[in-house]
Write a protein that binds this ligand. Structure first.
Ligand SMILES: [Zn+2]
Ligand SMILES: [Zn+2]
Length: 197
């Protein structure tokens, strides 16, 4: 028993050490001049609060992300491929209770020089091409890309569970916690009204 708990503790502290070593840079600039020489691989574990989200989301875990950034030198196209994972706490649209949403997203993005720095590119890039973004001059901030990808990955409908019963519009109770029978009562009243006719 004692030996077991010691092993567990050892395992935990090892994990912690590895994590703190992984957090080398919380901010990573994708430098075009560096990318002209070689592609950049990234592996990030950003502690809570490094990337700021809307106050309605409370970050519950470090944001982990890994991938590769390549520059196509002749077209100046920057390609960012990778995946990210983060857990955010948010409010359920139906019952308003907080719940944690694990967001896992893979991305494959293309960035081109912003139109100002490269005249004529407006013609080549249609406004409807949502996969193409822009970068200015020296490069791009990886954290900005990750923040945008998390926001895009958020579900449109935020529900704590698919079968969340929500809040009763009549008595205001959380129907996941209390069965309030409001609907039954309402239909009962309708029936009695019919009987009175
Ligand atoms: Zn709910
Ligand atoms: Zn009710």
């Amino acid at each position: 028993m004692r030996g077991e708990s010691l092993r567990t503790q050892g395992g935990l502290s090892y994990t912690k050490e590895v994590r703190s070593r992984e957090v080398v840079a919380v901010c990573m600039f994708l430098d075009i001049r560096e990318l002209e020489q070689k592609s950049i691989q990234f592996e990030q574990a950003l502690p809570v609060g490094v990337i700021l989200f809307d106050p309605e989301f409370e970050q519950q875990s470090p944001l982990t992300a890994s991938g590769i950034v390549e520059l196509h030198v002749s077209t100046e196209e920057l390609r960012v491929r990778g995946k990210l994972q983060v857990s955010l706490r948010m409010e359920c649209d139906r019952c308003t209770e907080p719940f944690d949403k694990n967001i896992e997203e893979e991305f494959d993005l293309i960035y081109v020089p912003a139109p100002e720095t490269s005249p004529g590119s407006e013609v080549a890039i249609g406004p409807n091409d949502s996969h193409v973004g822009f970068y200015e001059g020296p490069g791009l901030e990886l954290n900005d890309i990750l923040q945008e990808q998390v926001l895009l990955a958020l579900p449109l409908q935020r529900v704590c569970s698919e079968d969340c019963q929500g809040i009763c519009p009549i008595c205001g109770q959380n129907r996941n916690e209390t069965e309030c029978h409001c609907r039954t009562q309402l239909s009962d009243e309708r029936w009695s009204a019919l009987k009175n006719l």
